[in-house]
Write a protein that binds this ligand. Sequence first.
Ligand SMILES: [Zn+2]
Ligand SMILES: [Zn+2]
Length: 161
Amino acid sequence: MSDQNYWRKCIVCKNEIGFSTKYYKCSVSSCDKKRSPAQFCSVECWDVHRSIMSHKSAGADEYQSPSKAQWMAEQSSEPKVRIIKSHSTPQNSGGGSGVDYDDILVVVSKMKNYVKAQSGLNVSGDVNSVLSDIIRQACDQAIIKARADGRKTMMARDFDV
Ligand SMILES: [Zn+2]
Ligand SMILES: [Zn+2]
């Protein structure tokens, strides 16, 4: 990569744009994306781009490409940025079990439909977590019963409904 003796290619004519050379960018900022930069060797090339993109009001801004030394410094610093960006933050912060004790365990839309059909009432958002807590408590009770029975499977009869 360091053998490259030009900076970038003009995206229209594919001519090489050298280091420390004048080049042009479209004044429409969304045309120049970080992942697919748009640079032009001449205003004529930009004009081709402008007609392709049918820009109504746009201009070509003049820039100076970096020197080879600057460019190489940029290249070597880029992978570090990518690592930071792709770094994923672990979702569960509570213990090693991977269980979030605040998870919503109910199918909220179905629960709301049921309440609405039964009573015409709307359901406030905080009901979800209360119902989820009730489910967790019921499960905790059922776990105790299933264990007392010496079973490895929780069954319907472990719940007092
Ligand atoms: Zn060109
Ligand atoms: Zn453009």
